[in-house]
Design a protein around this ligand. Structure first.
Ligand code: ZN
Length: 274
């Protein structure tokens, strides 16, 4: 399904449920749909899974709870991801045929079905119009990573990764995000206006550039498990071959204890007045 179609599908789902307002509560949706919840500890890598049990004609949603090493926001995103498998027609067909899978959520997977479910989860928890209205209310010209974390936590109650990605997707300013693991790039996402400035690609699998703030954070993580963020100006060429800008503002933070680091790149230096 194309992204705009997923967006519309999520919107009409919320309207049909009479839940078109923030924060969207996936637990309430699960309850409304009569899906059985099976919270638990499960394995450390486990996020969630939904199954259709034919004998009982029931859907069961297993998930790792917030008490067991997941943030509440991440759990909500996992639930919304499973709701994609429940609602999107081809996903539902797959479940009804008796198949299921342990989900890899929050844009960590390269499987198109998982990506589609993450797209749906983002659109469900952060509908375009409601997201834009929320940003409008705050009238800021740019956002720092810690601002976006607060927005994720307080307004949308969803994962930081999905919130920052959504912000980049709506292109409020030229910006990009990179998720890395063990000092290597997992994936990156660029806003359209960032692409227009010649900054459009950070190859997956490549090493985090040595002169970036993120590389400094990875170095620190070798000897410490502090979750503190880092930030500062870097030459744009640290990340891009032919950028139309000299410098970038770079912020990076560990995504809890997942072993992942989120990097946020923008043109704005929060310390400057423009
Ligand atoms: Zn899944």
């Amino acid at each position: 399904m194309r992204t705009p179609d997923i967006e519309n599908f999520a919107k009409s789902t919320l309207i049909a449920l009479d839940m078109w307002r923030l924060p969207v509560n996936p637990f309430a949706i699960v309850k409304e749909e009569g899906i059985e919840l099976a919270p638990g500890r499960y394995g450390p890598k486990f996020d969630a899974r939904i199954e259709f049990v034919g004998a009982e004609r029931a859907f069961i949603l297993y998930y790792r709870t917030a008490q067991h090493g997941r943030t509440e926001s991440r759990v909500r995103f996992s639930l919304a991801h499973e709701l994609a498998h429940f609602y999107l027609p081809s996903h539902r067909e797959y479940l009804l045929s008796g198949r299921s899978h342990n989900s890899v959520i929050d844009f960590r997977s390269r499987n198109p079905r998982e990506n589609e479910a993450d797209e749906f989860a983002s659109a469900l928890l952060m509908p375009r119009e409601l997201f834009l209205a929320e940003m409008d209310k705050r009238r800021r010209s740019f956002w720092t990573l810690s601002d976006l974390c607060r927005l994720a936590d307080e307004e949308f109650q969803t994962s930081v990764t999905s919130t920052v990605r959504r912000y980049c997707q709506f292109d409020f300013e030229p910006c990009a995000m990179v998720v890395s693991e063990a000092n290597r790039v997992n994936w990156a996402w660029h806003s359209d206006s960032m692409r227009a400035l010649g900054m459009s690609h950070v190859p997956a699998g490549s090493r985090v550039p040595g002169t970036s703030r993120t590389a400094g954070l990875w170095k620190r993580l070798e000897g410490s498990d502090s979750l503190d963020a880092v930030g500062g100006l870097v030459p744009a060429q640290a990340w891009y071959e032919r950028p139309y800008r000299e410098e970038l503002w770079e912020e990076a933070m560990p995504l809890g204890y997942t072993g992942l680091v989120l990097t946020y790149l923008t043109l704005q230096d929060p310390g400057s007045d423009d």
